[in-house]
Design a protein around this ligand. Structure first.
Ligand code: PMP
Length: 364
């Protein structure tokens, strides 16, 4: 029934919902911890929540299809013009619109092995050919990726930091890569986790927009800003690219509650700082725990970490579920020996580490 690219698609596998596991185990959902979808463990910002509640009064009305307030707030924050911004129903939506606008069934789209699962999906959905370039030490091999560009290449996706590996490239490496990409090829720099980066050595894609007219920077409110449920993401690009994207996106792709909450959360710098602190401490806590258990892990710059539990990964995942702890298997990414765990609150990380230690013993 479906067209060729769609037939070949493997669906995106979301984390197992808490309610589903609670039903299976006969537990109260409150007893289950989910560290499977790189969500913010802090709960939403109070400013965002208040704005979202207020927006509920206007449920009969369509949202502002141009997202004026949110775009204005983003433009002020980042020193860009409003006509450089494209809003999406999560950054996944923006990634999909980008693929639809700039590639077709004659195109090749380059991304890395072990990169974010949505890149091959949006590529295959439009019948384009995905080129998955072998990774280097779990991260993007940027030299090999630029070498993989052909006359047919229309788009290159670079996740920095990458999910599910947590690997990150420094600014000099990203700039050297952008210098090698021909200007007719668009580079999508997916910075979904960039707010967790600390240190001058990491790139801020927005600062590169002026130098590289073929660059699109994608960001999200789902992670450090803690609004995953509301689905708000955006891209920053040249006005010419944004104009194309804004023609093709659905007219009301971001709803009023999401627009209000995202606009408000940009004023909650304290929330963002707390997100960073909790994440940095949580990454250290998890890494220390893995060290104690003698488990290798991929050092991560995101709000999650991939730990190598070996060939029994599927069994250990199941055993963690039986302990009421949901993590993410990454066999679908070609990483059958790893599990990806999102950073939780200190007590959640501890509960996961205890359950992991017990699961390893049980697995022999
Ligand atoms: N890019 C990367 C690298 C991600 O890991 C994610 C979320 N898993 C996204 C984009 C999409 O996030 P959202 O659609 O929630 O904005």
């Amino acid at each position: 029934l479906a067209v060729k690219g769609v037939q070949a698609l493997s669906p995106y596998q979301p984390g197992k919902p808490i309610e589903e596991l609670a039903r299976e185990l006969g537990l109260n959902p409150a007893e289950i911890i989910k560290l499977a979808s790189n969500e913010n463990p802090l709960g939403p910002s109070k400013l965002a929540l208040a704005a979202a509640r207020k927006a509920l009064d206007e449920l009969c009305l369509y949202p502002d299809g141009n997202g004026f307030d949110l775009k204005q707030a983003l433009a002020n924050r980042f020193g860009v013009a409003m006509n450089q911004i494209t809003l999406g129903n999560g950054s996944n939506d923006v990634l999909e619109v980008i693929a639809r606008c700039f590639a077709d069934s004659d195109s090749e789209v380059v991304f890395s092995q072990y990169a974010f699962a949505v890149y091959p999906i949006v590529t295959q959905a439009i019948g384009a050919r995905g080129i998955a370039v072998p990774a280097k030490e779990w991260g993007h091999d940027l030299d090999a990726m630029s070498a993989a560009i052909t006359e047919r290449t229309k788009l290159v996706f670079v996740a920095n930091p990458n999910n599910p590996t947590g690997t990150v490239h420094r600014a000099d490496a990203i700039e050297a890569f952008l210098d090698r990409v021909p200007e007719q090829v668009l580079v999508v720099l997916d910075e979904a986790y960039c707010e967790y980066l600390t240190g001058e050595e990491y790139p801020d894609g927005i600062k590169l927009l002026g130098r590289y007219p073929n660059l699109i920077v994608c960001r999200t409110f789902s992670k450090a800003w803690g609004l995953a449920a509301l689905r708000v993401g955006y891209s920053l690009s040249s006005p010419e690219i944004a104009d194309v994207l804004n023609r093709v996106r659905q007219p009301f792709n971001v709803d009023s509650v999401a627009l209000a909450a995202a606009t408000a959360v940009l004023n909650d710098e304290a929330y963002l700082n707390r997100s960073r602190e909790v994440n940095t401490a949580g990454l250290r806590q998890l890494a220390d725990g893995f060290d104690r258990m003698g488990l290798p892990y991929i050092p991560s710059a995101g709000n999650f970490i991939a730990v190598e539990v070996g060939e029994r990964a599927a069994g250990i995942y199941q055993s963690l579920l039986a302990h009421g702890v949901i993590v993410r298997p990454v066999a679908g990414y070609g990483m059958p020996r790893h599990l990806r765990v999102s950073v939780g609150l200190p007590e959640e990380n501890e509960r996961f580490l205890d359950a992991l230690a017990q699961s390893l013993v049980a697995a022999g």
